[in-house]
Ligand binder design. Structure first.
Ligand code: IMP
Ligand code: MG
Length: 177
């Protein structure tokens, strides 16, 4: 698998340190707010697990599943495949994403959830590709800005593979071209 990686962008250690730092910020910002972490499946799963273990306050979690991507380019369309299993009115939400790319997915989700009148909606993302933003949306908590290259690992996939890499790497273009 590692032979498909052009170069390691973020090591396991760099990721752990930064995720711990963001977890501490959330601990301070959401003390006594009992937030619900809402993971956007599937890419969030490793980041969310590590992030929540660095948050030292009362909180709960839920997941949503959306599809918007096939291969390496966005189709621009967002479909809800799994919705929340609880009432979120009056609650503080933290949407957890693997990467904020065009922003189309999170922009759609944020608006979709806002209709249910939560107390607040914040966004925590592992990676941010600001160069590719199309929707007017930003992350409240972002671990790393990344260049405009297709990255995999630590939850991020290419056609469902490479999620299990413990680091973030740039995929060799010949793999998807
Ligand atoms: P957006 O709607 O364009 O912001 O797309 C967000 C989703 O696209 C993420 O949750 C990822 O699943 C996927 N995505 C965007 N860029 C990459 C990448 O470089 N590697 C893997 N998945 C990506
Ligand atoms: Mg994906």
């Amino acid at each position: 698998m590692t032979e498909d990686i052009e170069r390691v962008l973020l090591t396991q250690e760099e990721i752990q340190n930064k995720v711990a730092e963001i977890g501490k910020k959330i601990t301070v910002d959401f003390a006594d707010k009992n937030p619900i972490f809402i993971g956007v499946l599937k890419g969030c799963f490793i980041f969310m697990a590590d992030l929540m273990r660095n948050v030292d306050i009362q909180c709960s979690m839920d997941f949503m599943a959306v599809s918007s991507y096939s291969g390496t380019t966005s189709t621009g369309a967002v479909k809800i495949n799994k919705d929340l299993s609880q009432d979120i009115a009056g609650r503080h939400l933290i949407l957890v994403e693997d990467i904020l790319d065009s922003g189309v997915t999170l922009n759609y989700l944020k608006n979709y959830l806002q209709v249910r009148q939560p107390a607040s909606v914040h966004i925590a993302t592992l990676l941010d590709k600001p160069a590719r933003r199309k929707a007017d949306i930003y992350a409240d908590y972002s671990c790393f800005d990344v260049p405009d290259a297709f990255v995999v690992g630590y939850g991020l996939d290419y056609n469902e593979h490479y999620r299990n890499l413990p680091y973030i790497g740039i995929l060799k273009p010949e793999i998807y071209s």
